[in-house]
Design a binder for this molecule. Structure first.
Ligand code: NDP
Length: 252
């Protein structure tokens, strides 16, 4: 196991990798969903791909948290539950709700997603299970309080947007229409905006470097994806609402 100073050096390195990757991810349209692309090698069915890709987040995070030899400060159980609440949905429920008949994603994307989730699950699970220390009154601290409000707001926005998107298709359909309702009034990708808010809130409430790394990586992954989706909508729908931004209302 890494010593504590080495652990933090790894987290700084992980954040640096995200920042270096950002300009690259901005340029490369990551090939899954509407951007899927056969030239990225062998493909897997979408539903299976999502489950395999996300499962390590649940397993690695929970394993490092639960099987640590340290005693857990009580508040870390809240963080444990919130993290897993998100990932039970993303790994087990979300893939079965998708109307994704016959659609596939490249195996390389699944492998890259798994790698991200292994590292992220380890950093956050090991930190919260073995290193984290919080004072007894942390739940009354403004960082905890503000963070949990941001986290829950982000989760609601993300769920509402995912729900709207999933119901745009009747069972068996695979095409695309212009989404309406909720935060789609303002942005093309409220699901991505909500997810960024969620993990920013998590970083704030845990006040931790691994939490910050997760928030940075989420931004680095999803900001470019939202920009690519937004451009795709504009190219495919001549009547696409011109006042709708990509991801942050009135800004971007
Ligand atoms: P998308 O918005 O691309 O797709 C979500 C689902 O809705 C897919 O089944 C998609 O179909 C369908 N869909 C999307 N737009 C339309 C439309 N206009 N008409 C009909 N159906 C539509 O989401 P992502 O795949 O990018 O992400 C899914 C979830 O995973 C999000 O909540 C996101 O926040 C999260 N995520 C988190 C990441 C992280 O780093 N934390 C990384 C990636 C995703 P189809 O697949 O056929 O396009």
């Amino acid at each position: 196991m890494l010593t504590e100073p080495l652990f933090y050096q790894v987290v700084y390195l992980w954040i640096a990798v995200a920042l270096v990757m950002f300009p690259l991810i901005l340029r490369i349209v990551v090939p899954y969903g509407r951007h899927t692309n056969k030239s990225w090698g062998p493909l897997l069915p979408n539903r299976l791909g999502w489950m395999i890709m996300e499962a390590p987040a649940l397993l690695v995070f929970s394993g490092f948290f639960l099987f640590s030899s340290s005693s857990h400060p009580p508040v870390t159980w809240i963080f444990f539950l919130l993290f897993n609440f998100h990932y039970v949905n993303r790994t087990i429920i979300f893939p079965f709700r998708l109307r994704t008949k016959g659609k596939k994603m490249p195996m390389i994307i699944v492998l890259m997603g798994m790698m991200f989730n292994v590292v992220n699950g380890y950093l956050n699970g090991y930190f919260l299970g073995s290193l984290a220390e919080y004072p007894a009154g942390w739940v009354t601290d403004i960082r905890f309080f503000g963070g949990i409000i941001i986290y829950l707001s982000g989760m609601l926005i993300n769920w509402q947007a995912d729900n709207i998107l999933i119901h745009l298709r009747k069972p068996g359909e695979t095409g695309y229409v212009i989404p309406q309702g909720g935060f789609f009034k303002y942005v093309s990708c409220p699901n991505h905006m909500g997810e960024i808010l969620e993990w920013s809130g998590f970083a704030l409430m845990t006040w931790s470097l691994p939490g910050l790394a997760f928030a940075v990586w989420t931004l680095v992954n999803l900001l470019p994806r939202a920009l690519h989706h937004h451009r795709w909508y504009q190219e495919h729908f001549s009547d696409y609402p011109s006042n709708r931004k990509a991801i942050f209302p009135f800004i971007l």
